[in-house]
Design a binder for this molecule. Structure first.
Ligand SMILES: [Zn+2]
Length: 1023
């Protein structure tokens, strides 16, 4: 923005101020008049002065409007440019005429409304409940005399397919100094049905109305636009032409626009980092999924409206720009650099990406010429070594798996300092948050290594599944995410065969947790109807990712590895550059298995209804009788049965092995019961390797038999099943189907267990009990029981960094548990290491560093806390910073926790992207939970004021903080709070939270005594 525009902007501001209300008008006039009165001539002719003054204002206004139109000044002031989008603006200086203005006298009112609307659009996209609020309705400016007809094309949320995009030619100038961008886009569209309307998406962009042109491609035939206006509710720009566009003809729509770079992590946005010398550097990055391409350039922003993109970027010359494709040309002029990129393949709008930064990169060229680069801040480039190796390995793996090479000749992978998600698979330019890409040998833990490996594999897998073939609409988002989530394990298993990833990670870290979530009535089917941008945002949850993955793994289980690959290969090559719906995928698989199974009707029972079954086994003579019913954890089991398209019955591939026959048997349960043979005096173990997405309940004596085997020789069962027996039994107990003592009996063997998955299943299962009883007497018994279990395991392992990932994971888990339950040897070890680190500057073994910091902080006081905080500020390794920040939330000093909790309101202390993390760190232990609950209750208004725009953050905060609350007193306080001060977003979460607390209270009433009695019987040496 140059000075001339600034000047005009302030003038128009004045004009708006003058016209905005009668009072202001008068005040301004008086001020003006007073100035003039300093001249004696005017003081003698007050009446003349009044007339002249009025005339002057009128002339200024007219001249200004004309000037503004001529110069096409259609965006806000500098002050708008530098404040964050998320901070509600108290006023607006946005000028003019890009809304349809029927009556010029309403100009200012419209202008005022616009900024509010821009804000409300932001909020709107965060919360479906607010998306149709009155404010939005009011600020949607439509031609007055034409009542907005019900069937008007702009009223439909989805664009019509009358016009389909073929090519976007985008010229974008990004000014990292003034934090603005301006662009021009030419959309080449093909008309498929005659229409007079051209509609495309825009959001947070300021269009130059006069620049909008519709012409026939290759001709000078420009169409007259009868009217054009923004329809805020659907984030549309609508144009009605005076004549129809004809089917089969190609047209061009040209639009000029401007926008502001904010630190809002959406669309094209501003990110920053600090150099080791303390200098703040800026960069621009993008996050367009799901619906923020429209915030970067006007476009038809739906996944199946695929097109090619030809991008030209202009930016200050000290930066370098990268995008999806390699660069074609570069030129320098007057301190600005203009880079032209090659056209992209045909792809969805949400996959376009841009980074403009001063980052450095590491490069690798493969034998086939494919170019891989990994980018980071210059002083972190050392941490990209592992990532580039993983990208290469994953790329090779998937190229072979799909038997198709990437259409692009390069891929860039960038660690962005501020990033909303974990990573984003933009085709050819994948963006990550730093912890998801950077790995520092000797500092990052094995957990970080696993995460980087998984996320890189996941994003690279999207090249084929997601980018080449894309879901047709967001209701099948799970297809993209479920497949990428499963495929990443294929790659990992190939790269690290000794990691046993399907048990270590799939079962323990994904399937078990999502099965808990999916057993609540608040769950949803993986394939969910999606209408608004909000619905889309909400569908990016663990149901889409982990359940999607789990049911696809089950599919692979019964069709077999080879047919699964065959189906996928066919699917990708058949729908390359296109979109496909779920049914087309199932049809491809049905063909791949030679019609042996009807994949569609089987999988529909898993995708179109939420939840999953519990299979109950009854012994009847020489048979087991199997029945299925929906498994539910929460109360209100009968209240919410919507969504059960198949009456909550599933087509279940039930598998099992027996003592006499270790060959895996498969028995189908076609939305019904089934019978399998039984040999008496022999155990039976169902759901082999926990491939099926269901739980199993045995008869009580069968459970006892299985517990006996575990105690005698636990390795007789696969590790995934040992974990599964614990996970299932505890969940059944929580659902009141099984007594807690049966579940607890499955854990006594753990003192022999050296596998990671069963320990994790146990800790996850027992966490609920531990947290629920943390304010009662039985807590001491529980801690002692856990100490007794973990002590022999801790004593048998060495605290080294040797071995493969599962071994390292086990050590990490055991140290953590041992410290948490106060096993003296473990605590002494961690404490000793902490002071060595603090006083002698030793490097900590990275796998144990997190626990060592935690013990240091929780055993220490202010000095230790401050030391760890300062280290968190000085480290340049993001994962180390997260570990340190997590440790800070584990202090046992309430005043330190309270100070820490309050820092979430201070962005100079805690970055916005880390607020959610800090709240989750605080919620990990009883004292931190009490502090964060207190914060929620006493600072509720401030939380809403500061984070009220972020549905996700508020939702997570409410859920994290209240998840274990189980007293009647706190229930009533929260109920009053939520009722008297309802949040603008996340209202549903407040209801969920109250329902959960009620369930927690009931749980205590029903189970506390049984658990206490069992612990008394099993804990040695306690009263
Ligand atoms: Zn993904």
């Amino acid at each position: 923005m140059d000075k001339k525009e600034n000047g005009v902007s302030s003038l128009t501001k004045e004009l708006n101020g003058m016209a905005s209300s009668g009072n202001e008008k008068r005040d301004l006039f008086v001020e003006y008049n007073t100035d003039r009165r300093t001249g004696c001539y005017l003081s003698r002719f007050q009446v003349t002065c009044l007339i002249l003054g009025n005339l002057f204002i009128l002339c200024t206004a007219v001249a200004l409007v004309a000037f503004v139109k001529k110069e096409r000044i259609i965006y806000g002031s500098v002050s708008d440019a530098v404040c964050s989008c998320q901070t509600p603006r108290s006023h607006t200086n946005v000028t003019v005429d890009y809304l349809y203005v029927k009556n010029q006298t309403s100009l200012t009112v419209l202008t005022e409304n616009l900024a509010e609307t821009e804000n409300s659009t932001l909020e709107e996209s965060n919360n479906v409940e607010d998306s149709n609020n009155e404010e939005s309705e009011e600020t949607t400016q439509l031609p007055e005399e034409e009542a907005d007809p019900e069937n008007a094309p702009w009223r439909k949320i989805r664009l019509s397919r009358d016009l389909m995009p073929l090519l976007y030619e985008i010229n974008l100038e990004v000014d990292l100094e003034n934090l603005t961008y301006r662009g021009h886009v030419n959309m080449t569209l093909i008309c498929t049905n005659n229409t007079k309307f051209v509609i495309f998406h825009i959001s947070h962009l300021f269009l130059d109305k006069d620049s909008v042109k519709v012409s026939e491609n290759g001709t000078k035939n420009v169409f007259k636009i009868l009217k054009q206006f923004r329809y805020i509710i659907n984030q549309f720009w609508v144009m009605e032409l005076d004549s129809e566009l004809s089917a089969g003809t190609v047209y061009k729509v040209s639009v000029g626009y401007r926008g502001f770079l904010h630190e809002d992590l959406r669309g094209i946005y501003l990110s920053k980092y600090v150099t080791p010398e303390g200098e703040i550097r800026r960069l621009a990055a993008t996050q367009l999924q799901s619906t923020d391409a429209r915030k970067t350039f006007p476009c038809m922003d739906e996944p199946d409206m695929k097109a090619a993109f030809q991008l030209t970027l202009t930016h200050q010359e000290e930066y370098e720009a990268i995008s999806n494709t390699p660069r074609k040309s570069e030129r320098l002029a007057n301190g600005w650099k203009t880079v032209e990129f090659h056209a992209t393949p045909v792809m969805s709008t949400y996959l376009l990406a841009i980074v403009i930064s001063d980052f450095t990169h590491r490069e690798m060229v493969l034998d086939n010429g494919y170019n891989i680069r990994v980018w980071s801040q210059p002083d972190k480039i050392k941490q990209t070594e592992y990532a580039i190796d993983m990208v290469m390995k994953c790329y090779n793996f998937f190229t072979e798996y799909f038997n198709i090479t990437d259409v692009l000749t390069k891929s860039d992978h960038v660690a962005v300092p501020d990033f909303s998600g974990g990573a984003m698979e933009n085709w050819g330019l994948v963006l990550y948050r730093e912890t998801a890409l950077l790995y520092e040998h000797g500092v990052s833990s094995s957990e970080n290594k696993l995460m980087v490996t998984l996320i890189v594999a996941h994003e690279v897998a999207h090249t084929w599944f997601g980018n080449m073939v894309t879901m047709r609409w967001w209701d099948d988002l799970w297809l993209n995410e479920g497949f990428a989530s499963l495929l990443m394990y294929f790659a990992m298993d190939a790269i690290y065969p000794d990691w046993n990833v399907f048990t270590l990670s799939v079962v323990a870290k994904e399937v078990f947790p999502v099965m808990v979530k999916d057993a609540l009535t608040t769950s949803h089917p993986v394939s969910t109807p999606i209408a608004t941008p909000n619905d889309i945002a909400e569908s990016f949850d663990s149901i889409s990712y982990s359940k999607g993955m789990a049911i696809l793994r089950m599919l692979m289980g019964f069709v077999g590895w080879e047919d699964f690959q065959k189906g996928l290969r066919t699917y990708v090559s058949k729908f390359k550059y296109q979109n496909a719906a779920m049914d087309q995928l199932w049809d491809t698989f049905t063909e791949a298995v030679n019609y042996k199974y009807d994949i569609k009707s089987t999988m529909n029972t898993w995708t179109r209804q939420m939840g999953y079954p519990i299979i109950t086994m009854h012994a009847q003579g020489d048979s087991y009788y199997l029945t299925q019913s929906r498994f539910l954890l929460d109360d209100g089991k009968t209240t919410n049965s919507n969504g059960g398209m198949y009456d909550y019955k599933w087509v279940v591939p039930f598998t099992y092995i027996t003592e006499g026959d270790q060959e895996v048997q498969l028995q189908w349960m076609n939305k019904s019961s089934a019978t399998i043979p039984r040999t008496t005096d022999s155990w039976i173990l169902a759901n082999y390797e926990y491939v099926g997405y269901y739980r199993v309940n045995y008869e009580v004596d069968m459970w006892a038999q299985l517990a006996g085997i575990l105690n005698r020789n636990h390795t007789e069962f696969p590790e995934a099943n040992r974990a599964g027996l614990i996970g299932d039994s505890f969940n059944l107990a929580r659902a009141k189907i099984l007594d807690y003592d049966v579940a607890l009996n499955m854990t006594t063997y753990l003192k022999y267990e050296r596998g990671y998955a069963p320990w994790v299943a146990f800790l996850d299962s027992v966490e609920y009990i531990r947290s629920s009883i943390s304010k009662s007497g039985a807590y001491v018994l529980m801690q002692k029981y856990l100490r007794d279990l973990v002590a022999p395991v801790f004593d048998s392992i060495e605290m080294t960094m040797e071995g493969n990932l599962p071994e390292r994971y086990l050590r990490q888990t055991i140290l953590k548990l041992a410290c948490n339950v106060g096993y003296k040897r473990a605590v002494e070890y961690a404490k000793g290491m902490f002071y060595h680190w603090k006083n002698d500057g030793i490097t900590l073994p990275s796998d144990f560093a997190s626990m060592i910091y935690t013990v240091g902080v929780s055993e220490g006081g202010m000095e230790e806390w401050d030391y760890v905080w300062n280290r968190s500020l000085s480290t340049n390794v993001a994962v180390e910073r997260e570990m340190l920040m997590q440790a800070l939330g584990q202090s046992q000093k309430p005043w330190l926790l309270w100070r820490y909790a309050n820092w979430i309101f201070d962005p100079s202390k805690i970055r916005r992207q880390d607020v959610r993390l800090v709240i989750s760190y605080l919620s990990k232990r009883p004292l931190g939970r009490m502090i964060s609950l207190h914060l929620l209750m006493t600072k509720w208004d401030r939380l809403n004021e500061q984070f009220g725009f972020d549905n996700f953050l508020l939702r997570e905060t409410i859920s994290e903080v209240t998840q274990f609350v189980n007293s009647e007193f706190e229930y009533k306080q929260l109920r009053t709070l939520f009722k008297d001060h309802p949040p603008k977003v996340a209202k549903k979460e407040t209801q969920n939270s109250l329902a959960l607390i009620r369930a927690n209270i009931n749980w205590m009433d029903e189970n506390y005594d049984v658990i206490t009695d069992w612990l008394r019987d099993h804990v040695v040496g306690m009263l």
